[in-house]
Design a binder for this molecule. Structure first.
Ligand code: PRT
Ligand code: MG
Length: 212
């Protein structure tokens, strides 16, 4: 198989699950030990790999630096980019984006919500005609209600343990998320190697559908 394809992958959990798919596809994983290298050009054994911040993945793909990107649906919805095509649900890194608070009751009146996802949050409340003020944080969002910054949060949840540890409970699920494969439309249209890589991943996903 020709491996003249480059994939930009979101570091962290998404990269961990993607590494598993990459190995199953028979490609050697290029990152060894504690290497800080972030760019691995394609070679005869495997596609190229770029390790990126989650929100930068679509930018790299839209500009054609990478043919493919791997990133969570939550991030794609928060930073919509018309320059990328969603081409496959990788069915891994499952989680949901939820509205959570100290009680499961739907909030009354105008409310303040702390979140890393202000765009999704505003859309969600707008659809319900409910006034909202978002406080944009870049991490440790669960702390907001505990320290009195905002009584509600919109955040990613998997097992729910983190919410529980902070005395929080789910009010409503906003979005279910899994890792997604996105592609550069030009590369997708004209490059044979792009189609081949997509096909190969597809076989693996379908074989192990539902596994994390
Ligand atoms: O910098 P940033 O935090 O944005 O990214 P990162 O490099 O730290 O990546 P990482 O590892 O946080 O992964 C982020 C992506 O993984 C998200 O965009 C999701 O698509 C996906 N994902 C899947 C998750 C989780 N599961 C998850 N549980 N992202 C974050 N979490 C957090 C959650 O918010 C909580 O704080 O993990 C904690 C544990 O979750 P519980 O519910 O199991 O306790
Ligand atoms: Mg993180």
């Amino acid at each position: 198989m020709s491996v003249d394809t480059t994939v930009a992958v979101a570091k962290g959990r998404i990269m961990d699950v993607f590494q598993d798919l990459w190995n199953q596809a028979g490609f050697p994983w290029p990152i060894h030990g504690k290497s800080r290298q972030l760019w691995f050009p394609p070679n005869q054994d495997r596609p190229g790999l770029i390790v990126a911040r989650a929100r930068d993945v679509s930018i790299l793909v839209a500009r054609g630096i990478a043919d493919f990107g791997v990133v969570g649906m939550d991030v794609l919805e928060e930073y919509p980019d018309p320059g990328v095509m969603r081409v496959m649900n990788l069915k891994r890194a499952e989680c949901r984006l939820v509205l959570a608070g100290q009680s499961a009751k739907w909030p009354e009146g105008p409310l303040r919500v702390a979140t890393k996802y202000p765009h999704i949050t505003r859309q969600f409340f707008q659809k319900r005609g409910h006034p909202v003020e978002t406080v944009g944080l870049s991490g440790s969002v669960e702390l907001a209600p505990v320290i009195g910054l905002a009584p509600y949060i919109v955040d990613v949840v998997d097992t729910g343990q983190t919410l529980q540890q902070h005395g929080l409970t789910v009010v409503e699920t906003i979005l279910w998320s899994t890792a997604q494969l996105v592609a550069n439309p030009g590369s997708w249209r004209i490059r044979e190697s792009t189609r081949e890589f997509h096909q190969k991943l597809g076989t693996i996903i379908d074989k192990k559908a539902g596994a994390t």
